[in-house]
Design a protein around this ligand. Sequence first.
Ligand code: ADP
Ligand code: MG
Length: 741
Amino acid sequence: MVTSALSPLDTTLTNALGGRTAQALRRAFGHETVGDLLTHYPRRYARRGELTALSELAIGESVTIVAEILDVRERTMRARRGSILEVRISDGQGILTLTFFNQAWRAKDLAPGVRGIFAGKVGDYRGNRQLAHPDYELFEAGDERAAEAGDVTAQKWAKQPIPIYPASASVASWQVAKSIEVALDTLPPLPDSVPESVRRELQLMPLREAFEKIHRPETDRDHLQARDTLKFDEAFVLQAALLQQRAALRHAAATSRRSSRGGLLETFDADLPFSLTGDQALVGDEIARDLAADIPMNRLVQGEVGSGKTLVALRAMLAVAESGGQSALLAPTEVLAAQHLRSIVRTLGPDLAARLRPVLLTGQMPLAERRRATLAIVSGQAHIVVGTHALISDNVEFYDLGLIVVDEQHRFGVEQREALRRKGAVPPHVLVLTATPIPRTVAMTVFGDLDISTIAELPKGRQPIESFVVPLVDRPGWISRVWERSAEEIARGRQVFVVCPAIDAATVETADPPDDVAEGAAGDDGEGSGERAAAAHPIASVEDVLASLRAAPALGGRRIEPLHGRMPSAEKDAVMQEFARGEIDVLVATTVIEVGVDVPNASTMVVLDAERFGVSQLHQLRGRVGRGGHPGLCLLVTSSEEGSLARQRVDAVASTTDGFELAQIDLDLRREGDVLGSVQSGGRSSLRLLRVAHDGDVIALAREHAAEVLEADPALESHPALAAALDRRLDEASRTFLAKN
Ligand code: ADP
Ligand code: MG
């Protein structure tokens, strides 16, 4: 790898702007370097407006006027300390007063007879129109051409877009603008990450020019073109980074794991009580090919809830075990890890289970048990290890880690995958399972380093799920119908999940930060009114709902139990097992049941305050029912207003059970920034302009060009600027990993 030359963008703001300004920008926006500041892009552009005649001024309008100063007067204010500078200007047709508070020094420039352009918002003071603190630019006195040139300059000035920056309470937009001006004025030429040939082909600007034009545009065309360039630059560097990471992995040596005739996998397949679906077989072949290779597999398997991904993973583990290798299955929660272990033991059957010795390792296990487990892992006796984050901890050592399976990737960041990967003496193969379908552009952006397999087909005999929105704002009475309907299902021998966003009135337990939910609540564009109305009523909590359902006549005599993250793990496990055996009728739970819980007899999913969950969470929750021979029913209870963003999410989930369609809707409903989730965590996201939801074309184009560049010059010897940009964005975890290999 080429070592990075320091780019001018890495210059500290302290060096570029001085300590005080640097500190203000750091506090307000977290900026450290010139690059941080220059990528603080305008939120929008304002305009001074077309030139207005003084005779046509309307109160409240933003105007730009070319006029001559008539007279200037300073007076002290009576009510409070300070002075007012009053400047009267005229364009020959009308007269207008400009006012400045405590800025008497301006009188030095604003002299009678001087002409200039004045811009501001027309106010009204005791019946007189005036501009308070206008922007202005004065024509040079004595310049004969001033009058004539003045008009041309004025036209241009009036049309020039004025950048408006995201501001903070302590640093205003114009202060950002000023700092950026200084940074741009002193900015040396910049190396371009995008090679010149690519820039020419795509008609992009050099980076230096793009920064100039997005911050100091003369026309709208300027900043629009600059934006295209900067957006491509982001996409290009990101794709190059992902491709390079992937290439590095391809160079790493892995242990080839091949299953053979009469081996464990064949024995297992022969005893399966059902046949694999077509997709399961296809994906199984892809995985087998990867495992047999001597470079590490790095594959994402995406498939609908209940499509049988765990089985696909288990078959991979068996292939690895044939050569004595171990597999680690990483689950997002204790409940899910325990359930995975049980179902793996059951699926393997007594003979295979005895040979493979699957063990559980979680943080909440008693010490003695934990010690037994770690011993079985380090000695290599346990060929399958199921666990939570605890598996990543330092004192867990493997004898021969051959395969890592990460279930439900959205809970594990890239860093955690890397940490676990480092547990193998030789880089292990990695399989990531997700039931959250990933739109192509996101997959390319976030998981550009992974190969992707898709299981679209569901096992035969899956039952359809009917979904309904129960809108309590319009129909508060319908909640009792929800419990009657649940009682009917129980009367038929079925079971019911009731999911709440909170444990008790004080504790909201949303396992995932519901990013799109938090965002909806912030509602800065007026869409949030529905969310705010919803927030006014108390959030449904496991404790309250449990109490009220136990008292509900419709559910009289039924067994209703709670399940949430604050219960001790043994208790959680006991409740889950009783529910699985059908001894509990209604489980009132938080999202601890979101993923993987498999109770075929459960037919009904009631989600309370459904608007508080994200689209994919709701889809996951719904996937808990309709798994046995019984049709599923999903009731999404919400207090959000019809048409609000929150309600649109709930409506979307009710409208389709197609996870891919939902993923796209979800993406469309989200605003930018949160799509990348944890991948971009641990620092300011490096993506400023690129919108994963909308810039699929740019991303694909950038990937093509990045691939070409890397193919011709893998070490980037003739692309030092790109190499430097990549170095800058590689996160610590993967850097350590790459260095080790
Ligand atoms: P996922 O993890 O994709 O949500 P699972 O692997 O948990 O799905 O599978 C859900 C259920 O379907 C399990 O009970 C599993 O045993 C069963 N199953 C898996 N593959 C098949 C198949 N080909 N035919 C019938 N049932 C299957
Ligand atoms: Mg699963």
